[in-house]
Design a protein around this ligand. Structure first.
Ligand code: KG4
Ligand code: ZN
Length: 340
C-alpha cells in the first residue's frame, strides 16, 4: 500500500510517499516559519496563499527526487483541524491530483496523523526502538492548537481522555516566547534559550486537580506577571530571559509527562507515544523517558512537527480498516474534534 500524503493545515506544506504506513519513500516539506516570524505568529491568509504557491513546486521536487514510477495506490490529505484557508488549498490540490491520476482520495484527521508518526519504522528518536507501538497505548498529542491525551486501543478505536481547557501547550510556548521578546515559532527558541539558565523561575503547574485535563493559561499569566515585575519585555536581561524560559519549559514538561504517565498507568496501557510539534522538545522526551515504567515511542523532531509523512502513514491504516474513499464530498473541517 503506497500512499501520497498531503499536509497543509497550518504553515508547513508537506508532500510525502509512504509504503505500508511505515516506510518513507520520499519526504517533501516546505516551512513558512520565516515568512510568519516577522508578524510574530501565523497570518492565516498569507499561509493559504503560500500553500497555493508551494504545492506545485514541492510536488515537482518530490517527483524528481523519487526518480521513477510513483506506483501509488491512493492519495491522502489533511482535512482538519486547522486553518480553514490552508486546509482548503490542500484538499483542493489533493482532489485535483486524485482526479488527474485516477486514484482514490482519503481525508485524514490531522491529529490522528500526528499519532501515526509513531509507526514510521526508521523515524524514531531512539533508534534502538523498533516495530509498531505496543497497543493499547496512551498518546500525548501536543501541538500549537491541541493538548490531548488519547487511549489508542487498536487502529481506528481510541478514546479522548484529557484535553486542555484553554491554551494548547504549543500556543503557550509561542505566547511565552513573544512575552520574552524571542521569535516565532517559540518552542524551539525557548528550548535553546533555556539551556543558558542559571536559576530557573518557579511557576504553577498546568495540571487541573480532580481531573486529567490541563490548563496552560494560568501558567502563561504567571509568566506575564514575572515579566511585568521585572520591568517588561524590553527591560529583561539575557539572564532573566533564560531563567524565565527554563522555568516555564520545566513546568510545562513536568506537567505533560506526569499526566501522560498517570493516565497510562490508570488505563494499564502497554506503551506511551509522544506526538505533535511540542514532542520535538528534548526536555519533554527526557522527562517522559526518565519517569516511564513502560516503553516510550517518540518520533524524531522532524516527524513531530507537521509533515506529509504522518498523513500518508495514518492513511494506510484507515484504508486497511475499510474506509471508503472520497465520493466528491470531502471538505475542510477546521474545528474537527478528536473522537473515533
Ligand atoms: O504540530 P505542529 O507542527 O503544528 C500544529 O499542528 O499546531 O506544532 C507546532 C507547535 C508550535 O506551537 C511550536 O512552538 C511547537 O509546536 N514546537 C515546540 C518545539 N518545536 C515546535 N515546542 C517546544 N519545543 C520544541 N522544540
Ligand atoms: Zn500539527
Amino acid at each position: 500500500m503506497r500512499v501520497l500524503g498531503i499536509e497543509s493545515s497550518c504553515d508547513e506544506t508537506g508532500i510525502a510517499i509512504v509504503d505500508d504506513g511505515r516506510h518513507v519513500i520520499v519526504h517533501g516539506l516546505s516551512s513558512q516559519a520565516d515568512i510568519h516570524a516577522r508578524f510574530g505568529g501565523v497570518v492565516p491568509e498569507i499561509a493559504s496563499r503560500q500553500h497555493l504557491l508551494t504545492f506545485p513546486t514541492l510536488l515537482r521536487d518530490v517527483m524528481q527526487r523519487h526518480d521513477g514510477d510513483l506506483n501509488l495506490d491512493a492519495i491522502a490529505v489533511t482535512y482538519g483541524p486547522g486553518l480553514a484557508g490552508s486546509l482548503l488549498v490542500g484538499v483542493n490540490f489533493a482532489k485535483a491530483l486524485a482526479m488527474a491520476w485516477d486514484l482514490p482520495l482519503y481525508g485524514i484527521h490531522h491529529l490522528e496523523g500526528h499519532v501515526y508518526a509513531n509507526w514510521i519504522a526508521d523515524g524514531q528518536w531512539d533508534s534502538e526502538l523498533r516495530g509498531d507501538p505496543l497497543l493499547p497505548s496512551v498518546a500525548l498529542i501536543v501541538s500549537g492548537g491541541h493538548t490531548d491525551i488519547v487511549l489508542v486501543e487498536e487502529h481506528g478505536n481510541y478514546r479522548l481522555l484529557s484535553e486542555t481547557r484553554d491554551d494548547a501547550a504549543g500556543e503557550a510556548f509561542d505566547k511565552v516566547a513573544r512575552l520574552l521578546g524571542l521569535g516565532y515559532p517559540g518552542g524551539p527558541i525557548i528550548e535553546r534559550v533555556a539551556k543558558e539558565a542559571t536559576d530557573p523561575v518557579r511557576f504553577p503547574s498546568p495540571l487541573i486537580r480532580d481531573s486529567w485535563d490541563f490548563s496552560f493559561s494560568g501558567l502563561k499569566t504567571a509568566v506575564l506577571r514575572v515579566v511585568n515585575e521585572r520591568g517588561g519585555t524590553d527591560a529583561l536581561s539575557g539572564e532573566d530571559v533564560a531563567n524565565i524560559a527554563a522555568g516555564f519549559q520545566q513546568t510545562a514538561v513536568v506537567g505533560l509527562a506526569d499526566r501522560l504517565l498517570e493516565v497510562a498507568r490508570a488505563t494499564k496501557a502497554k506503551s506511551v507515544m509522544l506526538s505533535g510539534g511540542v514532542a520535538a522538545n528534548s526536555a519533554l522526551g527526557e522527562e517522559v523517558l526518565r519517569k516511564a515504567d513502560m516503553p516510550v515511542w517518540r518520533p524524531r523532531p522532524g516527524l513531530c512537527t507537521d509533515n506529509g509523512v504522518m498523513i500518508a502513514a495514518r492513511a494506510a491504516f484507515v484504508i486497511e480498516n475499510g474506509a471508503q474513499p472520497d465520493d466528491g464530498s470531502l471538505d475542510a473541517v477546521p474545528s474537527l474534534r478528536m473522537t473515533a
